[in-house]
Write a protein that binds this ligand. Sequence first.
Ligand code: GLU
Length: 465
Amino acid sequence: MKVRTRFAPSPTGFLHIGGARTALFSWAYARRHGGTFILRIEDTDVARSTPEAVQAIIDGMQWLGLSHDEGPFYQMQRMERYRQVIAEMLAAGTAYHCYTAKEELDALRAEQEARKEKPRYDGRWRPEAGKTLPPPPAGVAPVVRFRNPVQGMVAWQDQVKGRIEFANSELDDFIIARGDGTPTYNFCVVVDDRDMNITHVIRGDDHVNNTPRQINLLQALGAPVPQYAHLSMILGDDGQKLSKRHGAVSVMQYDEDGYLPEAVLNYLARLGWSHGDEEVFSMEQFVQWFDLDHITASAAQFNTEKLNWLNAHYLKLAAPQRLAAEATHRLARQGVTVAGGPDVAQVALLYRDRVGNLNELADALHPYFVAPHPTVEMAAQHFTEAALKGLRALRERLAACNWQAAELGQAVKQTAAECGLKMPQLAIPLRVALLGLPQSPSIDAVLEVLGRERVLQRLAAVPSA
Ligand code: GLU
């Protein structure tokens, strides 16, 4: 059996963290088994679906690198197919027309509630052997109901939650097509899962209650029932249901916030799934390890600290050119151009193990491209008489120096010694002069990447240096 999985988002908002994890698990399962991963856009809720949301989902998946093999299929483009299946079901007697008016249903519900019963359709238009149905009322567009089995159980071995069963008596003959002929949600999912030959449905556990209806429908269609794996929800850091309150819930917000996709992926992979104690692994590794058996049935709790730790980890490994590209566009957003400045990749290399995210990286790189203006307080604190004397002497020495880190470091040391300064007494004012900050990576590396011209200019700009 060739594995076929799908991610089937409703495009009513951005791709959120829970959706991304569902997509990741479905993708990984297909990849693990050399199968096919399908993207299906469930856009039949026309009032809430938007093209922007479709784009946001596609962008989010692309950013994460979760590539699909088939699709995107749009349910709104499959209406003809749904109508055809409804007609087939009506002809086969697995579905029937129901003419119950809204007022009648309201009255039925009121009676059931008064008797403290669960409101459900009572099957008044359900054809049965020996039952005579009333003539269809004129002018009423009927809905189509699924003829749900009345007896027995519908059960499945959930790959995450174990055996789940529902009594058929709990499920009523739900509507599969409205009066205007439009198909309903559970029906479309079933037709698609069947037509797309889905073997494993991996989705959020908010769909557990839909599953018995979907299984019954599949069986009525004579279609194989896929395996189901219902993922528990994700809680925020505080143990509450994940929501906007918890900050970045849209996947693209993580990009905005300076996270690397591999950090987010590694983080999501561990959100409710484990492989021993492994915390840090590549997607190749994840795909080799991923299975449904090690998904936890309990809710997973978001841990921002861990995500940040992973992000810092992946930043340290990121190629300088990639960091340069990221920093460049983030600086451009702040109106800073890197053209004519030092080599961005070289500067990024100095900072990749000192920052927690790409925005911090861009901020760290900022003074390399825009000459700093130390504050009055900072100048007063660092540009003392002795320091200024040292900076002047250093400037002269640097002008003649071979521009290479070791030699530059030597020049700073010698100047400090000659001026009777301890290293920090010269190196800190030097950092303030060059970058506007008292701390930086090793001063020789900073001097080297800034380049002679820029260093001399910045030293010359120190008031009375
Ligand atoms: N469209 C549904 C949702 O976004 C998912 C349906 C499914 O995976 O079966 O929640």
